[in-house]
Every structure is written in structure tokens, then in C-alpha cells.
Design a protein around this ligand. Structure first.
Ligand SMILES: Nc1ncnc2c1ncn2[C@@H]1O[C@H](COP(=O)(O)OP(=O)(O)OP(=O)(O)O)[C@@H](O)[C@H]1O
Ligand SMILES: [Mg+2]
Length: 386
């Protein structure tokens, strides 16, 4: 059964409000959104008053900032000018006064029957979400996210891999992959209720390696930030479309990133062999698990920029964080910097470098070759769909 579709009412006349409520209440699967539910409404019925300029400004803001997907307008005698503006705004239908209950009932029933199901109705398939977070800024979180994604597609042809930039402003992924993305996060947050696989496919930017990228806005212009609820819906859908969803989580521990952590099959916590960084790694390991966001066995520590002759050894690190690092990526400033400057993943830029082999090895560890897709979820059972 489909979930109830909520409709927000913004009326001028009491009679209009009453009639619309009666019509909606008579229709199964539709509901008027209460004041506290306004943020979950997917359609807006707006009655124009005498100041139509102000009305259109309000409508435009609401459609942009709320997850509203469909617009209906009510007006006594819409002039051709008003009709044109309404059409440009994507109005679905115009209801003139006095209201024709049958006509409105039929229009709303059509909306209900055509609306795609919300996230809760989408069957979850077996894609894996890998959340990459840094124990500090600049430790190589984006380097790991981008190059692991590229290594996964290089090691396992046919594997569907997506890369999501959770640094939701000025993220670096377009730079790392030389992408000029037409769309970004703002499209998702603005249109969350239109989100389905077709919509998402249009928003994601394809890279020549086959990776599909959700980039962050490159400039400030009032985009709504993703919320935990948006992540539920987005990652729920992405799991049905991809084998791996690699999330560059940066250093954020806001509610949205914590939700991604909860939704992830595995978390790669990137650190380097320095005392401040290892101290942070330790604090993160303890707090994220004691607060119940994830379990210890899901968090894997990646030591990046490893140099054999460093003051802090791998054994010191292991003792300090009470956990064996999952992977060690060698230090290679030259290759990693050239890769960024040329906008290429390491598998393309320096296919024979040790750092590239390290990322390939990490990809193989995540998807053991030639093994049937395991049924059980869990870090060590991460596998490609068959
Ligand atoms: N294994 C490595 N060896 C040498 N240099 C590296 C390595 N990994 C990353 N770097 C370098 O470290 C710098 C920071 O890398 P990156 O942007 O991936 O870090 P980040 O943690 O995502 O940073 P930010 O906090 O700004 O998002 C870059 O100049 C990159 O080339
Ligand atoms: Mg980064």
C-alpha cells in the first residue's frame, strides 16, 4: 500500500480552506498537512490574494526550500499574465472560484496515483555504503575516497560505484576528477520528493572511469543542506542502484554525517602517524561507538602517508588506538599531488606506483575476487552483486 501523500494548504478565504479540506479528506491516500507536518508535504495548494507579486515570491521560496513537488493554484479570475507566470513556475493545475469539487477531486486523485513512492517504500537492495572520515583536516580523506572508488572500478570491471561528497560546500572531488558538474547537492535537497533512479541518474556526474559523482555546490547561493532524513532516502535509493557508495565525509560529525555513519556498512577512519592525529582517532573510535552510532568492528583505521622512518611506528599506533590498522597507504607526495593537479585518479596517473597498488589492494580486500555475493552483511562480507 502506498504511503499517505500530504498536501499543504495556503488559503485566503475560509470557504476555500473548508472546501479543500472536505475534498482531500474524502480521498483515500491523501491528507492535509498539519502545521507541524508542513515540512513533509509534497504538494501545495495556494490561493492567490490581491498582491500576486508577493504571492508568487512566497510560492517560489516555499517550492525551493521545502520538499514540495507539485503546485496547484486557486484564484477567482486568473488573467493571462497570472496564468503565464503560474505555468512558468510549473503549476500542475489551476482551480478557479467557485471551486468545482469533482474537478479538484479528480486532479488530486491523479496526483496520488502518479506520485512515485517515498523512500520507505523503495525496496533496499544490497549495495554497500562506505563512509570515509578523517581524524583531522588534511589527512587525505578525499584522496582515499576518490582513489578507492577509482581502484574499485579498475579492479572489478562492471562494479557500479558512486562517490558522494558530503563536504557540502566547496568539496574537492570535482578538482580531483576534473569534473565540471552541472548539478550538485542543491538539486537533491530541493527536489527530495522527486527523487527516483531516473532523477538521480540525471543529477550524478559521470566520470570516464565509470564512477558516478554527487558533487557539492561550488559557490554559496542559499542551497538547503542535506538532513538525516534526506540521507535515509538518498542512500536507500543509491543502494538499489550501486554496488558501492563511497562517501567523502570530511571531518564533519554533524547530525547528517552521524546518520550516514549509522547507515554505513563500514567506516574508514583516515589517520596519519602523528600523535595529535592518533589521539583524535582514538577519541573518535571511542565516542562514535559508545554513543551507539556504529560498532567497533565496522570502523577500520586507514593509516595514510606512511613512511617507514617515522617517529611513531605502526606498532605504537596500534597500541595507542587499541586496534590494528586495516590498511596502510604509503607516502607519495609527488604522485598524489600530480593526480590532484591533473584531475586524474592514481590508477590513471601513476598506474605502477606503490601508492596506486595500495589502493588497488584495498579495493581487492573489500571485494574478494571471484567470490559469490555473500548473503550476510558486514565489513568482511562486503561483496559485489552477482
Ligand atoms: N598518501 C599520500 N602521500 C602523500 N601526500 C598525500 C597522500 N595522501 C594525501 N596527500 C596529500 O595531502 C593533501 C591533502 O589531501 P586531501 O585533500 O585528500 O586531504 P583531506 O583530508 O580530504 O583534506 P580536507 O580536510 O581539506 O578535506 C594533498 O595535497 C594530497 O596530495
Ligand atoms: Mg577533503
Amino acid at each position: 500500500m502506498k504511503a499517505t501523500l500530504r498536501i499543504k494548504l495556503a488559503t485566503v478565504r475560509v470557504d476555500t480552506d473548508r472546501s479543500l479540506r472536505d475534498i482531500i479528506q474524502a480521498l483515500e491516500g491523501l491528507q492535509v498537512a498539519g502545521a507541524e507536518e508542513a515540512g513533509s508535504a509534497r504538494a501545495l495548494i495556494y490561493e492567490l490574494g490581491t498582491d500576486t507579486d508577493a504571492d508568487f515570491a512566497v510560492i517560489e521560496t516555499q517550492m525551493r526550500t521545502e520538499p514540495l513537488e507539485h503546485l496547484f493554484l486557486v484564484a477567482p479570475n486568473p488573467t493571462p499574465g497570472i496564468l503565464m507566470r503560474a505555468i512558468k513556475m510549473g503549476v500542475r493545475e489551476f482551480f478557479s472560484l467557485p471551486l468545482n469539487e469533482d474537478e479538484i477531486g479528480a486532479a488530486l486523485a491523479r496526483l496520488r496515483d502518479a506520485a512515485p513512492p517515498p523512500a520507505a517504500d523503495i525496496a533496499h537492495k544490497s549495495g554497500q555504503v562506505l563512509h570515509i572520515i578523517g581524524s583531522k583536516g588534511g589527512v587525505g580523506t578525499t584522496t582515499v575516497a576518490v582513489n578507492l572508488a577509482a581502484a574499485l572500478t579498475a579492479e572489478h570491471r562492471g562494479l557500479k560505484v558512486a562517490l558522494v561528497d558530503m563536504n557540502t560546500l566547496f568539496g574537492d572531488i570535482p578538482l580531483f576528477l576534473d569534473l565540471k558538474s552541472k548539478f550538485h547537492w542543491g538539486e537533491i535537497t530541493k527536489n527530495i520528493n522527486r527523487l527516483d533512479d531516473t532523477f538521480l541518474t540525471n543529477i550524478l556526474e559521470p566520470h570516464s572511469s565509470g564512477i558516478k559523482v554527487l558533487t557539492s555546490p561550488a559557490h554559496l547561493n542559499g542551497h538547503t543542506a542535506p538532513t538525516p532524513e534526506i540521507m535515509d532516502r538518498l542512500l536507500g535509493l543509491m543502494r538499489t542502484m550501486f554496488d558501492f557508495v563511497i562517501v567523502d565525509g570530511g571531518q564533519s560529525t554533524d547530525d547528517t554525517c552521524l546518520r550516514v555513519l549509522q547507515l554505513s556498512e563500514a567506516v574508514l577512519l583516515v589517520s596519519v602517524l602523528s600523535l595529535p592525529c592518533l589521539a583524535n582517532t582514538n577519541k573518535l573510535l571511542k565516542s562514535l561507538t559508545s554513543l551507539g552510532y556504529t560498532s567497533r568492528d565496522k570502523i577500520r583505521v586507514v593509516i595514510n602517508r606512511y613512511l617507514k622512518k617515522s617517529d611513531v611506528s605502526l606498532t605504537d599506533a596500534e597500541e595507542g588506538i587499541s586496534q590494528k590498522p586495516f590498511w596502510v597507504v604509503p607516502n607519495d607526495y609527488r604522485s598524489s599531488m600530480s593526480a590532484i593537479n591533473q584531475g586524474k585518479p592514481l590508477v590513471d596517473l601513476a598506474p605502477r606506483a606503490a601508492i596506486t597498488e595500495s589502493f588497488r589492494g584495498m579495493a581487492r580486500a573489500l571485494v574478494p575476487n571471484e567470490q559469490p555475493a555473500p548473503r550476510k552483511r558486514g565489513f568482511f562480507s562486503l561483496g559485489a552483486r552477482g
